[in-house]
Ligand binder design. Sequence first.
Ligand SMILES: *Cc1c(COP(=O)(O)O)cnc(C)c1O
Length: 385
Amino acid sequence: MTDQARTGAWLLQETQLASATLSIDLKVLQDNWRLLAGQCGTAECAATVKCDGYGLGIAPVAQALAAAGCKTFFVALPSEGLALRAILPRADIYVLDGLFADAGQAYVDHNLRPLLSSLEEIQHWRRLCQMAGRPLEAGLHVDTGINRLGLSAGDITVLTADPDVFSTMSVCLVVSHLACGSVPGSATNRLQLDTFNTLRSALPQAPASIANSPGSFLGEAFCLDLIRPGIALYGGNPFDARPNPMSAVAHIYAPILQVREIAAGETVGYGDAWRARRKTRIAILGIGYGDGYPRSLGSPGRDSPSQVMIGGGFAPVIGHVSMDMIVVDVTDIGDEFCTRGVRAEIMGDNVTVDEIAAWAGTIPYEILTGLGSRFARLYSCLDSV
Ligand SMILES: *Cc1c(COP(=O)(O)O)cnc(C)c1O
């Protein structure tokens, strides 16, 4: 850690040389984890950090969560598990996508726990336990209707016919996954929970988990022994149609590269896609789809809802989103903010990741995990790390 990091509020990395910056507030991340932990009574609050911590950087994210008290982590891939193990030598790490056919030894060597979701995977893990000469820890993944990964009711019947099947392994978690958690009123949630509770009674006794982010807000029955939120930790709204109880972790700012005035009738960007209806002051900002700012946020030939914030006011995005640039209408923004180098809030407290996702016709997960590698990344420092 540099002296700058120890003394300053932000660790600066190449900000002068990059265009847009991505600031990640690790204290807010910890606050979000604490809020979720407070939702679930006596259940343990784990963290899902797959896909590079939802695009925000698995190392700083996992370190901050561990410092807040998180002990159990979920990744999707064994490669992510290895990366996390290097950061957190003692954490419990589960691999959501299960046991990869050619990677068994890596799970053993790095103490990764697969969520076993088929009879084949269970047999594979049994062989690894035999080779290791000890009962290795693993979770079981039960499908209760989402029909993605997981043991079916039929698989569980087959398993219960062999009382020895789990004797050589240590089953330390039983998991299922909700299809409609983000719709709290959906009848599917209750149905899945009931199915899960029935199916797991035929499996070895172990702590149980069904709640992702939205599931963590569905009451204690859904929290079971452990919740495993992802998106809510990073500030995304766990609900489809309720106010977001979480706070923004990721903040994107992009600098004004140039300001210009155009006359009514002039066009902006590729394909003459946007035409000025009045004398318009425009600002060119240094961010584009190459950074993960979706091209669908452009407004070719229409008024798009997409906007950024400059000097406390909102400026609409006009024309196509380019690879490295967007153009915004700053006619109504104060003169003092319309100069080269002023930074616009692209995403953060005022322009939320949920809004950006809605404008782009997608979900906050895709926006965060799609953030590019060109940002200068700034991580807030933690007193405790
Ligand atoms: C991604 C994932 C989670 C976390 O989901 P969020 O909606 O981001 O909270 C939990 N469980 C499983 C099985 C997942 O795939």
